[in-house]
Design a binder for this molecule. Structure first.
Ligand code: UN1
Length: 495
């Protein structure tokens, strides 16, 4: 018997009206069932939206500092239980424990940052063109917001959305990925424990088509924040557009690291290894292309292969393991299909390219660290997001060519350059088409105090976290107070 988890609607833990459930399993050992969860349907979603709608008036009128106090309490609870959450993440999602701790820490950081926003949430005051008239911009809640989150950062990404949505006075319907419902449920429990009023945060677990789509389509939901695939993101945006709701998308990347001929190679190699194989390559920000200057290509490639070969792959709970499993069978199949695509396209498979089998590997979804050489920008493995431990080495002969190759994909999330040349570094900051550029660091590792998101096919112009968080999750209201006691006509009665 596994634990049965419920939806959280209107402050109550409830079963799906349809009675259907699904299981979440440990990707390192599929006989370990993390729990049984509600397979929610449209009527469950409608109930959750009803509850969020009913709670909106009270919550939106609660002073922001009081809202923030609850978020701070969640931060402290999360901090206290960091290890427990990290263990659960590793069990449910597979990332190595150290990274699980990092993921939870990112949630704690976000909570602390946003708790401070409760006493900032800056507006603007501007001078009026007329006498005795006050003009200001204030922030107001949007309404009910729908948050749909992925499995790869099962704590951090929900917190990027939940904390700012709540501090701004919105109420929430939260649909986490079907691969990581336990992490999401435990997180929601913290809000209940911290004293969040009923209905302010509602959780519905389940699948996109059944539980996600009804959130996107309901007219009462005024904003959607979605992180996931480009394909689903486009669908979300199209459906959200019909009811004119605000739609914030983060849709992945095909992030490039440029290694110039003057790079500190030790540093670049360490960065490449972490960027490409950290979280088993399952980050939107993963380094999936390494664009290497031909002068250092041979040395860089040989040394990278040695290091990648030496990575220990296994269950993330084992402290000696460098790289955990991939999330599920389907993802394993996709990753392997890309290996076949790469070979068929004429890229050179230098390392890996196969599922790992035998012993404990047979219990989960393990794939070998995979390196392709001789990749050119037209190949699908250089264009499409693989979301696995596969990296493409792309030779170039100049900085100009490197930038062209880096910018040749539809995505624009993260980017990096390794060089000792300060001028070139700043040049790259200007030239790389991405929402994030790192100098002498890999493409992963964003901190929550700066906005996160990308350009081109990565999104639709929104940013999460940092100073964007409050901006995105609130409406602007322009306020004019005329205390002159007479009619003053703007643009006409000016002196
Ligand atoms: C993601 O890959 O979806 O910047 C998020 C990073 C992490 C967040 C990644 N802080 O790599």
């Amino acid at each position: 018997m596994t634990d049965v988890f419920k939806n959280f609607v209107g402050g109550e833990w409830v079963e799906s009206s349809g009675g259907a459930t699904f299981e979440s399993v440990n990707p390192a050992n599929t006989s370990d069932v993390v729990g049984t969860f509600q397979r929610s349907n449209k009527s469950d979603v409608v109930s959750a939206i009803d509850a969020a709608n009913a709670a909106f008036f009270g919550w939106s009128r609660t002073p922001a500092p009081a809202r923030a106090d609850i978020i701070l309490r969640v931060a402290l609870l999360l901090e206290e239980r960091k290890e427990e959450f990290a263990q659960l993440e590793t069990r449910e999602m597979g990332k190595v424990l150290q990274e699980g701790r990092g993921d939870v820490q990112e949630g704690i950081d976000m909570a602390k940052y946003i708790a401070g926003e409760g006493r900032r949430m800056f507006g603007e005051t501007v001078p009026s063109e007329l006498r005795n008239k006050f003009a200001a911009l204030i922030r107001q809640p949007i309404g009910v917001v729908g948050l749909i989150t992925p499995w790869n950062f099962p704590i951090a990404i929900p917190t990027w959305k939940l904390f700012p949505a709540l501090v701004c006075g919105n109420t929430v319907v939260f649909k986490p990925a079907e691969d990581t419902p336990a992490c999401a449920t435990r997180l929601v429990e913290l809000f209940e424990e911290a004293g969040l009023p009923p209905g302010v945060l509602n959780l519905v677990t389940g699948f996109g088509a059944e539980a996600g789509q009804p959130i996107v389509e309901d007219e009462r939901v005024r904003m959607i924040s979605f992180t996931g695939s480009g394909e689903v993101g486009r669908e979300v945006a199209a459906r959200a557009g019909r009811s004119l709701k605000k739609c914030m998308l983060e849709l992945g990347g095909k992030n490039a690291m440029i290694v110039m001929d003057d790079a500190n190679l030790d540093l670049a190699l360490e960065g490449a290894l972490w960027g490409a194989f950290g979280t088993t390559g399952q980050r939107c920000t993963a380094t999936s292309r390494i664009i290497v200057h031909e002068a250092v290509l041979e040395e860089f490639t040989q040394r990278l292969l040695q290091k990648a070969q030496a990575l220990k792959v296994g269950p993330g709970v084992d402290p000696d393991v460098d790289m955990g499993p991939v999330i599920n069978e389907q993802q394993l199949t996709t990753i392997h299909e890309y290996t076949q695509v790469g070979e068929a396209e004429g890229a050179k498979l230098l390392l890996g390219g196969h599922r790992l089998t035998g012993g404990e590997y047979d219990q989960g979804f393990f794939y070998a660290p995979t390196v392709f050489g001789d990749v050119n920008y037209r190949m699908r493995i250089a264009q499409e997001e693989i979301f696995g431990p596969t990296v493409a080495i792309m030779p170039v002969s100049s900085y100009g060519e490197a930038v062209k190759v880096a910018n040749s994909t539809e995505y624009g999330l993260s980017s990096a350059i390794y060089t000792q040349d300060i001028n070139l570094a700043f040049q790259a900051v200007q030239d790389l088409e991405a929402g994030i550029t790192y100098v002498n660091a890999p493409t992963i590792g964003a901190e929550i105090q700066l906005p996160f998101g990308g350009v081109k096919g990565t999104g639709n112009g929104h940013r999460e976290a940092g100073t964007s968080a409050v901006r995105e999750f609130s409406e602007m209201k322009s306020v004019y107070v005329d205390y002159s006691g007479k009619l003053q006509r703007a643009q006409i009665d000016v002196e």
